[in-house]
Design a protein around this ligand. Structure first.
Ligand code: ATP
Ligand code: MG
Length: 600
């Protein structure tokens, strides 16, 4: 491609709308243009990158025997009503773009395709003989994200590869899951990314397996906890670990003490000169179930620990049938000024035995607190906790008849410095990650909901066992930049660079320079190398700057050394350069490119 014919507009300044390096660079280097919030035009350079990523994804998927298809983006609401997700996706999370057709029927723009594929499987799969089977697609997804940001990282329209597998039993699912784990590792490695596969939350479905593929970068929205020995890595949402031991309480008997202004753990610990780990703190959440029922959730957890809201959410979904509900719509820290509160709450002084009389007995509000305790408070002795009255705490408290231990669930947020479960000598470390892929053992959630069954070898009718696997193709492209740039621009991994080589003509008025460049440009293409020719009528400095900004791995300059029959060849990654005789340019570049692609 000749740069003189390309629609390339580069920016010298960082665009104000961009916060993280990869977003700034993709805008500055002319890869993307913002059209609206979370909506981007993929310009020709980026489209080439996306096609390369997709090609790698396809090769790895096809190698596992998965088959490519293309499912509709317009999805009838009924399918989502059957799975029970219409309400959560339109109301609770509100992530689904819902629309109506001229007949007044409701439709959604596909954010994901479990419903559609399960409907296909329901119609087509009858027998175990047709299993296992795995279909995938590469397609634009739509999600009305609460906070679209960071360019392609969190768009409202983005490209995803999503695949769904169907099995007769869990063993078969596990085999495919393992193959996908390998395929995803291959994809990220071949795209030149440094990543970590981490245990991930699989929501309330529970089940045995879910991994996320995280590209490690400071701009990542996820936190990963891992051990140095590499045996444990998990998303903080899912991570388990052993908290530091509690400091034993110095109190020996139960007393109620005046604790003025001690409405935070820090102030309380200060005032009582006790360790935060000797306190059982009380946190109040409000949960709304899909039948509109509001439940106040009173949680006891050790003072030095924090609640993991993802774990709490999952625990509540499991308790939904207690409230005649199917699932949870929302979960937030309780609004103590809400209509549910019968009287002023002693916020900051709540205890696990806060009387239910604080709850207003109105419709749609559960009249009793749902009392939960994290494992960390169960072993506390003579601990400190709220006295349910302003400016007062109880010290020397113990679980027992007067203070029953609530239902124990794991709702603690693991954190850096915790001891690993598999080896207590190892402490968890923390890193930021960008979630690029997610593989998931779904089980029978969707097949049961939609009635997708098959007949097994014994002639019994069984729900299909499912897995699903997603890679964010557009997010991956930007993540590659986030991992690989310098102050002058992008440094693309060779395997996914839009072009492999740029030939720069420093001065268009020098015929020798132009002729040598044109010849090299042709020879490179003839050798199957993807080349750009910078034949623009611009100053040499501008061309060099643009070449660096765009991040093409190798640059050839037909400059001064032409007099000796040589040209300068520069590697973008380390800026090392050498003068090569004209005849050696193509074979040398070919060798470098092959080597770089094979190394990954
Ligand atoms: P996140 O936690 O980042 O919102 P998710 O868990 O909702 O992602 P999945 O439903 O597992 O994402 O989708 C599979 C992949 O699609 C993700 O791993 C990610 O790479 C990509 N992806 C998801 N949401 C977006 C988005 N808004 N913009 C770009 N890529 C996305
Ligand atoms: Mg995910």
């Amino acid at each position: 491609m000749r740069l003189s014919q390309m629609l390339l507009v580069t920016l010298r300044e960082d665009p104000a709308e961009a916060e993280i390096p990869s977003h700034k660079l993709l805008l500055r280097a002319g890869y993307i243009r913002r059209i609206g919030s979370g909506i981007y035009a993929y310009l020709p350079l980026l489209w080439r990158v996306l096609k390369k990523v997709t090609q790698i994804v396809r090769e790895e998927m096809d190698a596992t025997g998965a088959q490519e298809c293309l499912l509709p983006q317009l999805q009838p609401a009924e399918l989502w009503q059957e799975s029970g997700r219409w309400d959560t996706y339109t109301k609770a999370e509100g992530i689904l773009f819902a629309l109506g057709d001229r007949q007044g029927r409701e439709l959604g723009l596909g954010p994901t395709h479990e419903e559609v594929i399960t409907a296909v499987a329901r119609d087509m799969i009858r027998s175990y003989r047709q299993l296992p089977v795995h279909l995938y697609q590469v397609q634009t997804k739509f999600r009305d994200e609460i906070r679209p940001r960071f360019g392609l990282m969190r768009g409202r329209e983005f490209i995803m590869k999503d695949g769904y597998s169907f099995h007769a039993d869990t063993d078969s699912l596990k085999r495919t899951y393992q193959e996908m784990y390998q395929a995803y590792s291959n994809i990220l490695r071949r795209c030149g990314l440094t990543f970590r596969a981490v245990e991930a939350d699989s929501g309330a479905i529970g089940g045995s397996g879910s991994h996320e593929f995280m590209v490690l970068a400071d701009a990542g929205e996820d936190e990963v906890l891992y051990t140095e020995d590499g045996t444990y890595a998990a998303n903080v949402e899912k991570a388990i670990a052993l908290p530091p031991d509690a400091v034993p309480s110095t109190y020996t008997e139960r007393q109620v003490l005046e604790t003025p202004n001690a409405n935070t753990i820090e102030r309380l610990a200060d005032q009582l000169r006790c360790a935060p780990s000797a306190i059982a703190k009380t946190v109040l959440y409000q949960a709304t179930f899909d039948n509109g029922q509001l439940v106040l959730v009173l949680i006891s957890i050790r003072g030095d620990q924090a609640v993991n809201e993802v774990k709490l959410n999952n625990a509540l979904v499991k308790l939904a049938d207690r409230y005649d509900a199917k699932t949870l719509l929302s979960l937030e820290v309780a609004d103590t000024g809400g209509t549910w509160a019968a009287k002023d709450l002693p916020v900051g002084y709540l205890g696990p035995d806060l009387p239910d009389s604080f709850i207003n007995a109105i419709a749609k509000v559960s009249p009793k607190f749902l009392r939960l305790a994290d494992q960390t408070v169960t072993d506390l002795k003579n601990f400190v906790t709220g006295a349910n009255a302003p400016q007062q705490h109880v010290v020397g408290a113990n679980w027992g008849e007067a203070l029953p231990l609530p239902t124990v669930v794991d709702i603690r947020k693991a954190q850096a410095g915790d001891r690993a479960v598999h080896d207590q000598a190892q402490l968890l470390q923390s890193a930021r990650g960008i979630e690029i892929g997610h593989i998931f053992q779904l089980g029978t959630k969707y097949s049961k909901a939609l009635g997708a069954t098959f007949t097994n070898e014994q002639g019994e009718e069984m729900p299909l066992v499912m897995g699903c696997y997603g890679v964010g193709v557009s997010r991956l492209a930007q993540a590659a930049v986030e991992q690989s740039y310098d102050k002058d621009g992008i440094i693309w991994p060779v395997a996914i660079a839009p072009y492999q080589v740029v030939v720069v003509i420093p001065n268009l008025n020098e015929t020798a320079q132009v002729e040598a460049a044109e010849q090299l440009y042709q020879d490179l293409q003839a050798a199957g190398i993807e080349a750009l020719l910078d034949d623009r009528n611009e100053r040499a400095g501008v061309k060099f700057k643009d070449a660096e900004l765009i991040g093409i791995p190798f640059r050839v300059v037909t400059g001064r050394s032409l007099a000796q029959g040589k040209v300068e060849v520069v590697k973008r990654r380390d800026r090392s350069s050498l003068d090569l005789p004209l005849a050696e340019v193509v074979p040398t570049l070919k060798a470098w490119i092959d080597e770089a692609i094979q190394a990954t």
